[in-house]
Design a protein around this ligand. Structure first.
Ligand code: SF4
Ligand code: SF4
Length: 315
């Protein structure tokens, strides 16, 4: 095939130098890199699950429970209180992964959700299928959306409470991520024992087909914890008010439906997909900056005296 035709098919016509075409190319490449990263992590988790199920020796390969940073949150309390013990099915690997996610979040906010989490990738895949099949998306009304987002903290609180009470991975029996990627449904299908997990997973996947990133926005306990910690992250997407023309083009591709066009600093619910930055038609209006929000009050303190000195120098 003619290379030019191939590039046009890929929406990557390099001869077109208009700003819109440049933006389009940038967006395509960023999203490709993101999807590649998501696919690599999902493949690793699926590969580990298959190896775990096929292993003949017990404990020879890590189960999916040992590869989950949220398991680190669940086992942390027992580990601290008991001086180094873990709740069943968790290991030091959970705490190491939790530490990595905490550090990553303090640097890059919710990028774990946009670039790493296999269940986030599954939801992106479902949205892509919905778009391909031209199934209309369900837009959750603004007020309801704001309330439902607290659901993540309700789930988080409930899980921590129940885990402390039962001293086991209480959420594992319902967790749609574990159900899907753990592959028990493939190797050890058991409707009698595992029906709650199957029902929850099918319900979540069905709902996410219509509501983009529905589980991330309204129910994921790890997403809730990441969003709280993400408030302190070093990298934040910032909008430059004076140069922004308020067209809201940046809000169209946002998978988690954030109000980018009216925020000075994009919410910590952002998953760092960068689609809004690439979509913005005004160069420099929306940028990922090494500029945490906690530094703003400090900068203000240093700016004040300079302003106060202005009349003095004007004399
Ligand atoms: S919010 Fe939860 S499910 Fe969604 S991407 Fe983040 S960790 Fe994964
Ligand atoms: S605010 Fe921007 S970077 Fe964050 S999730 Fe939405 S589109 Fe992606």
């Amino acid at each position: 095939m003619n290379p030019q035709t191939t590039l046009k098919k890929l929406n990557l016509d390099f001869t077109n130098k208009t700003p819109a075409a440049t933006r389009r190319r940038r967006m395509v490449w960023t999203q490709r890199a993101r999807h590649l990263s998501q696919a690599a992590f999902a493949a690793f988790i699926l590969g580990s699950s298959v190896a775990h199920h096929l292993a003949t020796d017990d404990g020879a390969t890590a189960s999916i429970d040992a590869l989950c940073p949220f398991g680190g949150i669940e086992t942390l309390q027992k580990w601290i209180v008991s001086g180094g013990q873990f709740i069943a099915k968790t290991h030091a690997s959970n705490l190491i992964l939790l530490f990595a996610v905490v550090v990553g979040t303090l640097i890059a906010g919710g990028a774990f959700c946009g670039w790493v989490c296999p269940f986030g990738a599954t939801q992106d895949l479902l949205s892509a299928i919905r778009r391909r099949l031209k199934i209309p998306e369900i837009h959750v009304p603004e007020k309801l959306d704001r309330v439902l987002r607290y659901g993540r903290f309700v789930t988080l609180g409930l899980i921590l409470f129940q885990t402390a009470l039962t001293v086991k991975l209480w959420f594992a029996d319902f967790d749609p991520y574990r159900t899907l990627f753990g592959l028990d449904w493939l190797y050890e299908f058991d409707w009698i024992v595992s029906w709650p997990a199957y029902v929850v997973t099918l319900g979540v996947l069905g709902a996410t087909l219509f509501v983009e990133r529905g589980f991330c926005r309204y129910a994921c306990p790890l997403g809730g914890a990441i969003s709280v910690l993400g408030r302190f992250s070093l990298l934040r997407i910032r909008r430059d008010g004076p140069s922004c023309k308020g067209c809201a083009v940046c809000e169209i591709p946002c998978p988690v439906k954030l109000h980018v066009a009216t925020a000075n600093v994009v919410s910590s619910n952002c998953i760092g997909c960068m689609a809004c930055v690439d979509a913005c038609p005004r160069h420099g209006s929306l940028e990922l900056k090494l500029h945490p929000t906690w530094i703003d009050p400090i900068l203000k303190i240093f700016k004040r005296p300079a302003k106060a000195q202005l009349p003095v120098s004007g004399k």
